[in-house]
Design a protein around this ligand. Structure first.
Ligand code: FAD
Ligand code: NDP
Length: 451
């Protein structure tokens, strides 16, 4: 008879927590999970899922425009924000139910409420205390806004999913995933959108060609991008917001979104008093087994602030459960993790950027293609696609694949499989294309470009 109430207590029912809880329970482990906000966490409620639904919604404007070149005439466009919100909410509720069902069916005890650690083996939720052999912290992250005068007037990505009405004009501050994705969404929905970024190029960390190309494409669509611009004050006069930049620009809008990063959700968990080691920004420090400096306490996903992506959190959860409760220990390989920015057009990328490859290998070849997608030969739209392959010349191994263009996320997922399999450029060259597609360009780029 165990001295513990449960074997594993998971704090946070988001992507990582739910996966760990139900996998472990499926192996006969006694599991409880606490959630204080919404089942499914960030991804389901205020992240990947509603964001992607909004991306679809916003793209229709351009699709209707493109349809004219194919003989369609479309009556006057009308868009109903409240309808989109209601549809989105219905889908999120459905998904929450799916998560509840998955947890119930696997025998996980679901506890509603805010959890905190009392000691290395005890979690408290309100007055209730649960004694557990192991604790897994999967509490994710939360939007962070710099401390500037007027920060109380701005919204974060969280609020973007429940706005009462669409603004006429909006400012987005930041140049990362969320800023670029929401710029496309809001512009597509008809909002006059300005994007202010403090640096010289959007999407730091991505390949330089991708950064240049995506900025050029989204600017062509009509998004006002202001680079090297830091907002240092927001003023509210009646219902109008005035954003003051360090370049003495005054940007007048109805809504300001700050997309300036997220911080790990570690406050009020009681970690400091237990001596759980935290790194920069409050991220929980873990070893390669997701174990903190306190052996019974584990952490994974965004709360460890490494690669903050849903598939990474779920992969970590599966690896942890395998390590703890099976004899098939698996690990997560953090190399060559594909990622996409659901900008319009999409960015899809896997592997090394050109600069990273040049730092690691003496000789690399770059294959690059910029073209007008076939659809736009008739649509009349001036959108271009970029595809790029980075190759190690001596081994012929493909080191990185990058794309900006329609469905880049879908295309790069397949490319990521090829890269994991260690494909060489010769393998790409010997692969027969599917014609006519954009993706076939990846197997028909024959000549390296010379810088
Ligand atoms: P979360 O999913 O954040 O789950 C943490 C859970 O813990 C939450 O439900 C929270 O309420 C709960 N919690 C916190 N503290 C406590 C407590 N003390 N007690 C009880 N419960 C608690 N990733 C992608 O891969 N693709 C995308 O397209 C994508 N789009 C995104 C768009 C946006 C706008 C945002 C914000 C994120 C996006 N992400 C995307 C990132 C993705 O959502 C996260 O990487 C993922 O959700 C992390 O999972 P997690 O389990 O670590 O944390
Ligand atoms: P990011 O880290 O991607 O971007 C934050 C942006 O804010 C950067 O451009 C950064 O600039 C800027 N910034 C930071 N501090 C300040 C400041 N004080 N003043 C002005 N600008 C500032 O974070 P996001 O919030 O966009 O997204 C959070 C994470 O969520 C992402 O990193 C990603 O892991 C995940 N996500 C994934 C998505 C996907 O998979 N499609 C979609 C959305 C989110 P600088 O570059 O100069 O530091």
């Amino acid at each position: 008879m165990s001295v513990f109430d449960v074997d594993l207590f998971v704090i946070g029912a988001g992507s990582g927590g739910v996966r760990a809880a139900r996998m472990a329970a499926g192996l006969g482990v006694r599991v409880a999970i606490a959630e204080n906000r919404y089942l499914g966490g960030t991804c389901v409620n205020v992240g990947c899922v509603p964001k992607k639904l909004f991306v679809y919604a916003s793209h229709f404007r351009e699709d209707f425009e493109a349809a004219k070149g194919f003989g369609w005439s479309v009556a006057e466009l009308q868009f109903d924000w409240s309808c989109l919100l209601a549809q989105k909410n219905q889908e999120i509720h459905r998904l929450q139910g799916v998560y509840q069902g998955l947890l119930n069916d696997s025998g996980v005890q679901v506890i509603e409420g805010q959890a905190r650690l009392v000691d290395a083996h005890t979690v408290a939720i309100g007055e209730r205390q649960v004694h557990c052999e192991r604790i897994l912290i999967a509490t994710g992250g939360w939007p962070w806004i710099p401390d500037i005068p007027g920060k109380e007037f701005v919204v974060t990505s969280n609020e973007m999913f429940t706005l009462d009405k669409l603004p006429k004009r909006m400012l987005i501050v930041g140049g990362g995933y969320i800023a670029v994705e929401f710029a496309g969404i809001m512009h597509g929905l008809g909002v006059q959108t300005t994007l202010c970024y403090r640096g010289t190029k959007l999407l730091r960390g991505f390949d330089e060609d991708v950064r240049d190309f995506v900025a050029q494409e989204i600017q062509k669509k009509g998004i006002d991008i202001r680079l090297n611009a830091q907002i240092n004050r927001i003023e509210k006069i009646d219902n109008v917001l005035l954003a003051h930049s360090d370049q003495d620009q005054l940007i007048e809008v109805d809504l300001v979104l700050y997309a300036t990063g997220r911080k790990p959700n570690t406050a009020s968990l009681g970690l400091e008093s237990l001596g759980v080691a935290l790194g920069a920004g409050g991220a929980i420090t873990v070893n390669e087994h997701y174990q903190t400096n306190i052996p019974s306490i584990y952490a994974l996903g965004d709360v460890t602030d490494r690669l903050n992506l849903t598939p990474v959190a779920t992969a970590e959860a599966m690896a942890l459960v395998n390590q703890l409760y099976t004899d098939r220990a698996t690990t997560v390989d953090y190399d060559n993790i594909p990622t996409a920015v659901f900008s319009q057009p999409n960015v899809g990328t896997v592997g090394l950027t050109e600069d990273e490859a040049r730092q690691r290998y003496p000789d690399i070849d770059i294959y690059k293609s910029v073209f007008r997608p076939m659809k736009h030969t008739l649509s009349g739209l001036d959108e271009k696609t970029l595809m790029k392959i980075v190759v190690n010349r001596s081994s012929d191994k493909v080191l990185g694949i990058h794309m900006v263009g329609p469905e880049a996320a879908e295309i790069i997922q397949g490319m990521a499989v090829a890269m994991r399999a260690g494909a060489t450029k010769a393998v790409f060259d010997s692969t027969i294309g599917i014609h006519p597609t954009a993706a076939e360009e990846f197997v028909t780029m024959r000549k390296p470009v010379h810088p």
